[in-house]
Design a protein around this ligand. Structure first.
Ligand code: AMP
Ligand code: MG
Length: 346
């Protein structure tokens, strides 16, 4: 009898918890920064908390942009670039933090990620969207100048050798995503989705009902479609792909991810790489680096670096799909793609 009463009470509690949500307010807003639209969706029990968070986030995104933008003349990065070959430039402590973390990632990836690729990025016209194909001699000279190990950080000062310029475009969205997510969590928000220009997404907690966020992975061959869905809970995801920024000339497609060894678009046989990790910074930086490495080297890198705690999805130019074993239970093929073969990397 007592057992039956207990069961009834438990069932009632379950129905109640399913029926009434803790979240009475949701807030969606967009912020424009770093050449992308940042879309934020917040769920909270208190509307004031959402307003407060919106104000903090919009301030934070502007400060991050003001520090790290390579196109804004007054940013820390632009000031550093203007002084290349001269004395060091004093920058904000936040800029030093991003730079030192980015340089660490350049080192770990053995230069597949290289923040000094900027003169080459400019030469291809990706900064101003005035595209051109540099000559082989020009590319050789540009490649010779790409070397992250020549960037000097001393306390709050950055020094670059003559002709070298830096660009944090490969990691800035991830850095911003982590900052926003940390702030939301710190202010008691347990359910939010931060979408930084489609390529970097951070899930704070789970969906309001308690189930994981389901995020689509773009089919690089048909970017209007998602070929897979990844379930995320307190987790970030970043994708780098040739389809995201490119131009065509004489029947050849040139994209914005460059191989630091050649200063030309990285042709590793991949068309996109998606990285899943608790750190959006790592997702952003590693997706770019793994795209440069290609499938074979990228898989070896994943095997050799369990301490980085990331998983990856690779799509080759032939449309083959590979994913790492750690995504088991969190990865599924999207509608219309269920007949595609997925190779699991162990
Ligand atoms: P993402 O879109 O995150 O893959 O980053 C690509 C952006 O980073 C490009 O638009 C360039 O500004 C810059 N970039 C291109 N190739 C590299 C590279 N190998 N290492 C670091 N940054 C790069
Ligand atoms: Mg990146």
């Amino acid at each position: 009898m007592r057992k039956r009463l207990l069961c009834a009470l438990l069932a009632a509690a379950l129905v109640m918890s399913a029926g009434c949500s803790r979240y009475t307010a949701s807030r969606e807003f967009s912020l424009f920064a770093m050449d992308t639209l940042v879309n934020v969706t917040l769920y909270t029990g208190e509307p004031e908390a959402a307003s407060k968070e919106q104000a903090i986030m919009s301030g934070a995104v502007s400060s991050i942009e003001k520090a790290l933008s390579v196109t804004r003349e007054d940013s820390d990065i632009s000031r550093v670039n203007r002084k290349s070959g001269q004395q060091g430039t004093t920058v904000d402590s936040g800029t030093i933090e991003v730079l030192s973390r980015a340089l660490e990632l350049c080192q770990v990836t053995d230069g597949a990620l290289d923040i000094t690729a900027y003169p080459a990025v400019k030469a291809w016209g990706f900064t101003q969207e005035e595209h051109r194909v540099p000559s082989p001699t020009e590319l050789e000279a540009l490649a010779a100048k790409i070397d992250y190990s020549a960037v000097k950080l001393e306390e709050d000062t950055v020094t670059l050798p003559e002709g070298m310029e830096i660009d944090l475009g490969a990691v800035a969205k991830g850095y911003a995503g982590d900052w926003l997510a940390r702030d939301a969590r710190g202010n008691g928000i347990t359910s939010a989705l931060l979408d930084l220009g489609q390529s970097t997404i951070v899930a704070v907690g789970s969906k309001p009902g308690g189930s994981p966020w389901r995020i689509g992975v773009v089919d690089p061959a048909r970017p209007e479609n998602y070929f897979a869905v990844v379930e995320l809970e307190d987790m970030a995801m970043g994708t780098s792909g040739g389809y995201q920024r490119y131009f065509e000339q004489d029947g050849v497609t040139y994209w914005h991810i460059l191989d630091p060894d050649t200063a030309a678009p990285a042709r590793s046989g991949l068309s996109s790489v998606t990285v899943v990790s608790p750190s959006a910074f790592l997702c952003d930086g590693l997706s770019t680096a793994l795209f440069v490495m290609g499938l074979e080297k990228g898989t070896a890198f994943w095997r050799d670096h369990p301490e980085l705690e990331f998983e990856a999805i690779f799509v080759t130019e032939d449309g083959e799909i590979y994913r790492t074993a750690g995504l088991e239970g969190r990865f599924s093929l999207a509608e219309g793609y269920t007949d595609r073969e997925v190779t699991v990397l162990e």
